[in-house]
Design a protein around this ligand. Structure first.
Ligand SMILES: [Zn+2]
Length: 270
C-alpha cells in the first residue's frame, strides 16, 4: 500500500514529466472512483494544461490550467504509469489520460482508489483533502513546535494518533513500524505519558524514516511512474517477525494493536 514516500515520489515524477502537457482525452472504465458523472469529469479535464504536481500525505494534486485540480488517491494500492506512446500499454486500467503530444498516463487501482476533478474554488471544501494534517515532507510545516502543539492535550495511543490522516498526512501501517521502533515507543503508549525527549525522538524518527524511504524511491514492492520498483526494503522491525532486533538482538514480535498489526521489539519498545 503506497504511503507518503511513494506518493511524494510519484508526484515529483509527475511534476517533471507532465508539466506543460495538454490533456486531449480521458477514458473512464471505472466511474465509481470519480466524484462526478463521467461526462462532467471529462469536460473538466479535457483541453487543460498541466501546470504541476504535488502531494499531501497520500493524495496527489495535479494542477491544471485554467483553474482545475485533478486529485488522485491510490487507496490500498494501485499504479499511475506514464507512456510515451500506446505501444506498451497494459491491458487493464481504470482510467486513461491522453495528452496532445501523443503521450499518455494510465491509472489502475488494485482495490479501490479515487480520481477527483474539481474547480479550484471548490478545493477548500473537498472533504478528504481539506482535513488532511501536517505533511512530514513539508519542512516549514512539519516542525517540532507544530508537532508538540498537535500532541498537546491529546489522549489515546500514539500509533492510532499518527495514523489518523487528520493529524499527520501520509503515515500508514507500513512505515509506522520503523518510526515507533526508532523512537523506542510501544504502539499502545498513551500520548499523555510521553516525555519531552520521547516526543522529540518521535518527531525526528518520523522525518528520518519517511525521508530515507522517499530518497530510495519508496517500497520495493511498489512501482513508480515509469513502472520501476522502489529500492526501500530493509525494514528495522516492520514485517520481520521472528528475526532479531537490529539493536538488542531479541526476537521481533508481531502483535495486535486495535484493528492493525504491529511489529515490535519487546525490549526496545516497552
Ligand atoms: Zn530490541
Amino acid at each position: 500500500m503506497p504511503e507518503l514516500p511513494e506518493i511524494w515520489n510519484l508526484a515529483r515524477q509527475m511534476d517533471e514529466t507532465l508539466r506543460g502537457k495538454r490533456i486531449a482525452k480521458v477514458e473512464i472504465k471505472q466511474p465509481k472512483c470519480l466524484n462526478l458523472p463521467p461526462e462532467d469529469f471529462q469536460k473538466l479535464l479535457v483541453d487543460k494544461e498541466v501546470q504541476g504536481a504535488s502531494s499531501r500525505g497520500k493524495w496527489v494534486f495535479l494542477k491544471l490550467s485554467p483553474g482545475v485540480t485533478f486529485l488522485l488517491n491510490l487507496g490500498m494500492g494501485g499504479e499511475v504509469l506514464y507512456f510515451k506512446d500506446e505501444k506498451n500499454l497494459p491491458q487493464k486500467y481504470r482510467l486513461r489520460v491522453d495528452f496532445q503530444d501523443g503521450s499518455l498516463m494510465v491509472i489502475n487501482f488494485f482495490w479501490f482508489g479515487y480520481a477527483h476533478a474539481l474547480g479550484d474554488q471548490e478545493l477548500p471544501e473537498h472533504f478528504p483533502t481539506a482535513v488532511l494534517g501536517m505533511d512530514p515532507m513539508k519542512e516549514g510545516e512539519f516542525t517540532l513546535l507544530n508537532f508538540k502543539k498537535l500532541l498537546k492535550g491529546k489522549k489515546g495511543g500514539i500509533k492510532a494518533f499518527l495514523m489518523d490522516q487528520k493529524n499527520i498526512a501520509g503515515i500508514g501501517n507500513v512505515y509506522i513500524q520503523d518510526i515507533l521502533f526508532t523512537a523506542g515507543l510501544h504502539p499502545n503508549r498513551k500520548i499523555p505519558s510521553l516525555k519531552e525527549n520521547e516526543v522529540e525522538g518521535l518527531f525526528k524518527a518520523i522525518g528520518e524514516v519517511l525521508k530515507e524511504a522517499a530518497d530510495l524511491g519508496g517500497l520495493a514492492y511498489e512501482t513508480d511512474l515509469f513502472n520501476r520498483p522502489g529500492r526501500f526494503k530493509d525494514f528495522l522491525v516492520g514485517y520481520r517477525e521472528g528475526k532479531p532486533c537490529p539493536s538488542c538482538g531479541l526476537e521481533i514480535k508481531k502483535i495486535k494493536t486495535g484493528s492493525t498489526s504491529s511489529y515490535i521489539c519487546p525490549s526496545c519498545q516497552k
